[in-house]
Design a protein around this ligand. Structure first.
Ligand code: NDP
Length: 434
C-alpha cells in the first residue's frame, strides 16, 4: 500500500490474488523465489500522456491518456482501452494486473496490459470522438505494435472507436499489421469478436451449472450493464432457454418480468449501439419498467451476470441475491463484485466465477483475431465459436484442477488465480530476473 498510495482498485485486485496464492506458495516455495511476487505486482512499464484535441465549439480540450504494460512474460502486452471519466492510474493498473492472469488462462500467447483515458464519450459528436481517438493514438502509436502491445476495446470503446484508432495507427506507421483487435470485419476483424465476451461468460456459467446437473433452461437471469458484454450475454442466455429479466446502465435498471426476447434485444441494441442512448430511452420506447438510480440485484433470480463495471455488486447486494436463492454468479465485467461480496457467495455455496475466468472469452477471441491476421486469412463464424467454447471449457477445467477444496467443492477464485499464476510464474522463472 505504501508503494501505491491512492490506488484502492489496484490494491483490491492484488489482495484478491494474494489471498488465493498464500496457501499454494507454502506448498510450492519455488514460486516465492527470485523476487517473483514483487516483480509480478510491478507493471513492466506505465505510460501517461497528454491528449489534446479541439471540440465542436473550437475549444481545446485536454485529457489524460495511459497505457499500462503489465507483463510480457508469455506474449505481447494485450488488453483493452477504456474511455470513461472514472479512468485513473489505479483503475487501469488493476485491469492490467487482472488481464495478465486472464490472458494466461486462455492458454494463448498473450501478456497483460490495459489503457485508456478519462475522456467521457457521452454527449460527444461522432466528429469529436474521431478527433479524440486520433489524438490519443498520435501518442499511443509509439508504444504499441503487433509483437509489442495489441490493444482492444473496453468500456466506451467499441467498433467505432477501434476503427478510428486502427486507422490512425496505419497512417502513422505505414503498416497494416494487427495492432488493434476488435476491428470491423471489412478490415481484418474476427467474426464473433463482438459476441465473444458475453457468449463466453454464459458458456462458462453453463459449465458451472453442469457440475450441479442443471442448465440455463427455464432459469431467471439478471444482467447488469447494457453495453457490448451485457447485450451478448443476454442473447446467449435467451438462446439457452433462460428468462432474462434485467439490464441496466449508470442511470438505473430495466425490469421486465415478461423476459427479454430477441426482438426486444434488437431494440436495445439499436438504442445503445447506433443512437448512443440510455436504457431509459428503451423503457420509453417499449413501455417496460425502469427504476432510476438502482442496480438489478434486488430482483430475485437463479443466475446473476454482472456485466457493467468494477465494484457494482456489494456485500449487501450479495446478501440480497443469496436470500433470494441465487445459484450462480458469473462475472462478465472485470471485478464487479467486491471482495466481501465474493466471499459471501463462496461461503453460501453459490457457484461464483471471477471475471478473469468467466469473461476471458473476449480476449481469447482477440487472440484468435491476431492469429488470423498473422496468417492473412479469416475463419468462419462456426470455427471461431467452437474454439471459444473449447477455450471456456478449458478455463473451467483449469479452475477445477487448481481450485477443488478438500470437501470436493470448487473455489473458482482460487482456481483461476492459481492456474493463471502458475503459467506466468513458470515463464518468468525460465526467463531470469529481468
Ligand atoms: P460498454 O461501454 O459497451 O458498456 C458498459 C456498460 O456498463 C454500459 O451499460 C454502462 O452504462 C455500464 N457502466 C459503465 N460504468 C458504469 C458505472 N460506473 N455504473 C453503472 N454502470 C456503468 O463496455 P463493455 O460492455 O465492453 O464492458 C463492460 C465490462 O466488461 C467492463 O468491466 C469491461 O472491463 C469488461 N470486459 C469487457 C470485454 C470486452 O470484450 N468488451 C472483455 C472482458 C471484460 P453507461 O452507458 O451508463 O455508462
Amino acid at each position: 500500500a505504501a508503494r501505491n498510495p491512492g490506488q484502492p482498485e489496484f490494491l483490491q485486485a492484488v489482495t484478491e490474488v494474494m489471498d488465493s496464492l498464500w496457501p499454494f506458495l507454502e506448498q510450492h516455495p519455488k514460486y516465492a523465489e527470485q523476487g517473483l511476487l514483487e516483480r509480478l505486482i510491478e507493471p513492466e512499464r506505465v505510460v501517461m500522456f497528454r491528449v489534446s484535441w479541439v471540440d465542436d465549439h473550437g475549444q481545446v480540450q485536454v485529457n489524460r491518456g495511459y497505457r499500462i504494460q503489465h507483463s510480457m512474460a508469455i506474449g505481447p502486452y494485450k488488453g483493452g482501452i477504456r474511455f470513461h471519466p472514472s479512468v485513473n492510474l489505479s483503475v487501469l493498473k488493476f485491469l492490467a494486473f487482472e488481464q495478465t492472469f486472464k490472458n494466461a488462462l486462455t492458454t494463448l500467447p498473450m501478456g497483460g496490459g490495459k489503457g485508456g483515458a478519462d475522456f467521457d464519450p457521452k454527449g460527444k459528436s461522432a466528429g469529436e470522438v474521431m478527433r479524440f481517438c486520433q489524438a490519443f493514438v498520435s501518442e499511443l502509436f509509439r508504444h504499441v505494435g503487433a509483437d509489442t502491445d495489441v490493444p482492444a476495446g473496453d468500456i466506451g470503446v467499441g467498433g467505432r472507436e477501434i476503427g478510428y484508432m486502427a486507422g490512425m495507427m496505419k497512417k502513422l506507421s505505414n503498416r497494416a499489421d494487427c495492432v488493434f483487435t476488435g476491428k470491423g470485419a471489412s478490415y481484418g476483424g474476427s467474426l464473433m469478436r463482438p459476441e465473444a465476451t458475453g457468449y463466453g461468460t454464459v458458456y462458462f456459467a453453463q459449465e458451472m451449472l453442469k457440475t450441479r446437473g442443471t442448465s440455463f433452461e427455464g432459469k431467471r437471469v439478471s444482467v447488469s450493464g447494457s453495453g457490448n458484454v451485457a447485450q451478448y450475454a443476454v442473447e446467449k442466455a435467451l438462446e439457452l432457454g433462460a428468462k432474462v429479466v434485467t439490464v441496466s446502465d449508470s442511470s438505473g435498471t430495466i425490469i421486465d418480468e415478461d423476459g427479454f426476447s430477441i426482438e426486444k434485444l434488437a431494440i436495445l441494441m439499436e438504442i445503445k449501439n447506433h443512437l448512443y442512448g440510455r436504457v431509459s430511452d428503451y423503457a420509453e420506447r417499449t413501455g417496460v419498467r425502469f427504476e432510476a438510480g438502482v442496480s438489478p440485484w434486488h430482483v430475485p433470480v437463479d443466475i446473476a451476470l454482472p456485466c457493467a463495471t468494477q465494484n457494482e455488486l456489494t456485500l449487501d447486494d450479495a446478501r440480497t441475491l443469496i436470500a433470494n436463492g441465487v445459484q450462480c454468479v458469473a462475472e462478465g465485467a472485470n471485478m464487479p463484485t467486491t471482495i466481501e461480496a465474493a466471499k459471501a457467495f463462496e461461503e453460501a455455496g453459490v457457484l461464483y466465477a471471477p471475471g478473469k475466468a468467466s469473461n476471458a472469452g473476449g480476449v481469447a477471441t482477440s487472440g484468435l483475431e491476431m492469429s488470423q491476421n498473422a496468417a492473412r486469412l479469416s475463419w468462419p463464424r462456426e470455427e471461431v465459436d467452437a474454439r471459444l467454447l473449447q477455450i471456456m471449457q478449458g478455463i473451467h477445467a483449469a479452475c477445477k484442477r487448481y481450485g477443488t477444496r478438500s470437501d470436493g467443492t470448487v473455489s473458482y477464485v482460487d482456481g483461476a488465480n492459481i492456474a493463471g499464476f502458475v503459467k506466468v510464474a513458470d515463464a518468468m522463472l525460465a526467463q531470469g530476473v529481468i
